[in-house]
Design a protein around this ligand. Sequence first.
Ligand SMILES: NC(=O)c1ccc[n+]([C@@H]2O[C@H](COP(=O)([O-])OP(=O)(O)OC[C@H]3O[C@@H](n4cnc5c(N)ncnc54)[C@H](OP(=O)(O)O)[C@@H]3O)[C@@H](O)[C@H]2O)c1
Length: 221
Amino acid sequence: MKNAKKPYIILNAAMTIDGKISSKEGDSEISDEEDWKEVHKLRTQVDAIMVGKNTILKDNPKLHIKFYEHKGYYRIVIDSNLSIPIDSQVINFKPETYPTIICTTENVHQEKVKEFEAKNIKVMRNGKSSRVDLKKSMSNLYNLGIKSVLLEGGGNLNWSFIKEDLVDEIRLTIAPWIIGGKSSITLADGDGFENMLQAQRFKLVDLNHREDYVILKYKRW
Ligand SMILES: NC(=O)c1ccc[n+]([C@@H]2O[C@H](COP(=O)([O-])OP(=O)(O)OC[C@H]3O[C@@H](n4cnc5c(N)ncnc54)[C@H](OP(=O)(O)O)[C@@H]3O)[C@@H](O)[C@H]2O)c1
């Protein structure tokens, strides 16, 4: 899998000054209307939007475009056990415009796969361990014609992408709040690296602000 081709991956998030992307109760209403417009504009520029399973369970997002005319894109969910509810918005809202792919593991039963395929969901089984093999998934998505992905979290999925060195660009909106909480989800959770030498470095390529919000764009060094 080394050097396999993969989509260009942009990690996008709205976070508080203290780096949280959600409160300890799962409230992630951090973006204001301006920020949502930017997110939706970014969505028009990619082939797919990707989220982790918990983001579906907690927010039940449509992952659509509201502010612009657009022909659509793929929605991708990373879900090891194919456990998101079949009545989730990501499955039922405008599937003709936003077809959904679920990346899962080889551990899921064929019956479960069929249940989702009956809803026209493409199920990709990548990896035999307890979690989805992201490198394999990215390679398979690339081969499907998906050349760019907007990764919209949450913190655990973001961490895995960082750990596997799959993120090419980061777009961040820092909103003027401090929410605190050691159990609140941050931009990248997971186990973390042991020291700064292992940490991934990004280059700041753009910096803007409006009112009390800061908008940052980084690229991988
Ligand atoms: N402010 C923002 O911009 C923003 C954006 C997105 C989300 N959020 C918030 O983030 C919160 C959810 O974040 P979260 O960290 O709890 O969950 P998440 O990142 O959405 O999903 C993580 C789950 O994905 C599954 N998964 C499968 N393979 C994986 C892999 N290789 N690496 C990592 N995860 C893998 C795992 O569950 P299984 O193994 O069971 O499949 C894992 O628990 C929500 O509250 C949401 O509102 C905020």
